[in-house]
Design a protein around this ligand. Structure first.
Ligand SMILES: Cc1ncc(COP(=O)(O)O)c(C=O)c1O
Length: 393
């Protein structure tokens, strides 16, 4: 059975979802984009201790959990805790904001994360210019174009799937230049670039712009995507309030929060593992470049995107070597055709990928000097219908 035979029609498998493969077929999941060295041992200890010493927390409504999470996350970000709205991962805020802003004028830089493309299908998309490969510089140009034209603009920074990262100073300059536009930044992968880079954290509190909205979660950098904690931060108290009203009561479980607090306090583990992963990702880039040349997108984070016209065929070959990668179908609106590969974390995993790539059929190896397509053009707002707003994330 192939990777794609087992997929329900119309239901795309996202990173880390191995349900499309026969049980036991995959031993190395490079499709997921959470820190593959997580969860931190301190988190496991905290959850075990909570279950052992406070089993009543499973029975009681978790009145305190959100405040505990907000305080721990606020310490991590260096912001007052009452400025945070807490919810079930960045996913919940994408849903809430798409609902809140559905009648607003929103611009979205593409390519972008699957759920964002779906939830904000009503937005005006800004793909790379025809014939021009995407890059950090080109994204910044498009960002400024979009901020000039729209009331809200949404990006992920670093970007999923390409991994491009726009420096904080450039984003802040754009916010100052276009004060009538609010910039929503999904910072799910910011820790992978380095510590203390969030737009929420700098500059000093009083000069933090009002027209910035930050989304983050404890899912990716801490390797805790199985728990569902996340935050929205903004100095726009009206928007924060309207978002908070859409979050259900007690969104976070006390058990999760016991572990998440321990994770947020464990900065040593976070910095050590992310430093290791960045180094591994540089090696991954060299390995991929050896096979796919200029099709590999340079990035500073833990995954690399490879432009490819037959991503499913490459994924199928890798699955024969028990490896899963994330594929993207470039015919869909807002997409670029290719694969996203997360960094192996040790020499065994690296060797497994190296052997699999060495036997890639030559028909799947791109010709040197090939120029890569920029992604699908803007096809009109109705080209991909938004998901029903009631669908669970
Ligand atoms: C850019 C981006 N935003 C948000 C999410 C969802 O994050 P969470 O697990 O915090 O809901 C993902 C998950 O892959 C992502 O890649």
């Amino acid at each position: 059975m192939t990777v794609h035979e087992n997929l329900d029609h119309g239901k795309e498998r996202q990173g880390g979802d191995l349900t499309g493969y026969q049980a036991g077929r995959i031993s190395l999941d490079l499709s997921e984009c959470a820190n593959r060295l997580g969860p931190p041992p301190s988190t496991l200890r905290a959850v075990m201790s909570q279950l052992t010493h406070n089993p009543g927390a499973l029975r009681s409504t978790p009145y305190q959990a959100v405040d505990d999470y907000a305080q721990a996350y606020a310490r991590h970000l260096g912001v007052p805790w009452h400025e945070l709205v807490c919810g079930r991962g960045v996913s919940e805020f994408l849903l809430v904001l798409s609902d809140l802003l559905s009648a607003e004028d929103v611009g979205l830089l593409t390519p972008e994360y699957t759920e964002t493309l779906r939830r904000f299908a009503f937005a005006t998309f800004y793909p790379p210019d025809a014939g021009r490969p995407d890059s950090t510089e080109h994204r910044l140009e498009r960002l400024r174009r979009a901020m000039q034209a729209h009331r809200y603009v949404l990006i992920s920074n670093p970007n999923n799937p390409l991994g491009h990262y726009i420096a904080r100073e450039d984003l802040l300059a754009a916010c100052r230049a276009f004060p009538r536009c609010s910039l929503i930044v999904d910072e799910s992968y910011i820790e992978f670039v380095g510590p203390d880079l969030s737009l929420a954290t700098h500059p000093a509190p009083a000069s933090r712009p009002r027209n910035v909205v930050i989304l983050q979660s404890t899912g990716k950098a801490w390797g805790l995507a199985g728990t569902r904690g996340g935050i929205l931060w903004t100095r726009d108290s009206d928007l924060a309030h309207r978002a908070e009203l859409r979050i259900p009561s007690w969104p976070l479980s006390a058990n999760d929060v016991a572990g998440l607090k321990a994770a947020l306090a464990d900065t040593t583990w976070l910095h050590r593992t992310l430093h290791h992963i960045r180094r591994q990702a540089t090696q991954l880039e060299d390995l991929l470049r050896h096979r796919f040349g200029g099709a590999v997108v340079t990035s500073q984070i833990h995954y690399r995107f490879v432009h490819h016209e037959q991503p499913a065929a490459v994924a199928e070959h890798l699955a024969e070597h028990a490896i899963a990668v994330r594929t993207f179908d470039g015919t869909e609106r807002g997409r670029t055709s290719g694969l996203r590969v997360s960094a192996p974390t040790n020499t065994d995993e690296y060797g497994q990928l190296e052997r699999a790539l060495a036997s890639l059929p030559s028909s799947l190896v791109p010709h040197p000097g090939r120029v890569y397509p920029a992604g699908t053009p803007y096809l009109g707002k109705a080209a991909l219908a938004p998901l029903p707003q009631t669908a669970a994330t």
